[in-house]
Design a protein around this ligand. Sequence first.
Ligand code: ATP
Length: 355
Amino acid sequence: EGIEYSTEPFESLYEVYEDIGSGQFAVVRRCVEKATRSEYAAKYIRKRRVASSRRGLPLEVIAREVHVLQKLHKHQNIISLHQVFDNGQHVILVLELVRGGELFEHISERERLSEEEASAFLHQILLGVCHMHSNDIAHLDLKPENVLLLSKNRQHIKLIDFGLSRVITDAEEVRDLMGTAEFVAPEIVNYEPLCLATDMWAIGVITYILVSGSSPFLGDSQQETFNNVTAVDYTFDTQYFSGTSDLAKDFICRLLVKDVRKRMTAKESLSHPWIQPESEEQEEERRDAQTNMDNFKSYQARRRWKHSVKVVTLCNRLSRSAKLRSQSAELLDSRSSAITLREDQWPTLRCLAAS
Ligand code: ATP
């Protein structure tokens, strides 16, 4: 099952249009296949040129994402891969185009969302995750940014970003520190083996946020968040959960479990009564319960705000590093054997060395 990279130049087969997203190592652009006039999303992943460099990703890491996408092809809730190119600098993944934006963004624009509707979204996420897991693939980066809607007016969910995904086998243990603190499971924080259940923890966190608008483990610092995660320190605060059904709480409780063997699996969660009610009563309980929309809207507003701060900080860092580079070049030019910098430049330098 070798990976086939098309050797023809990407631009000769596709017209490339505007940027529609970006990540740490990737830019995503809308494109149109000339032969069919079909639209796709082209994800340009920058290749690492020099082993010691921190720019771009090693080819074997990119190959892992491609391999996973090829293995998962054609599930209605997972982004599908159309073609792969290598232009020397980038590997270009031609992906199914998703136009509806983030599920959380879509929800925050609504006035109300019943638990019945919320659980229908969860149901689709679980179908996608179940498909991955039955192929021994763990996503390992499930979070609101990676749950998109195919289009604005159809409630069809697509899971994206398989950049951290791994094939999980008994033969080989995977340990890694990765993901976003708010959504990582205790085994990640503790540097214990990762497994399919690691995704189910994230589903628990996503559900908790969806019904209440608050985040179960989020602290004021990353360290505090990690401490809360490893202690499984969360509650159903009545301030946020007064309208939440017991079924929804039970669903969450079975996912936010420290012991990976006791955590509910994807398959089990598909038949949990919050997803698949077993009686008229349960169906009613779910229909009558409302998610906490006021609080959800402010959670979403905080997320948007944090995201823009991150972008501004990054821009500042980049312009500072460019300035510093030219300053140190001047210093070197002046043939001074010892580079002396003003004291106030040290913290920046240390931060550059660390980045
Ligand atoms: P990160 O650094 O967050 O892990 P990444 O570099 O792996 O990201 P993706 O998350 O796959 O990149 O894509 C970056 C952004 O591009 C996404 O957040 C999304 O907004 C957009 N995007 C990705 N794939 C698609 C797609 N198939 N259709 C539409 N938009 C997409």
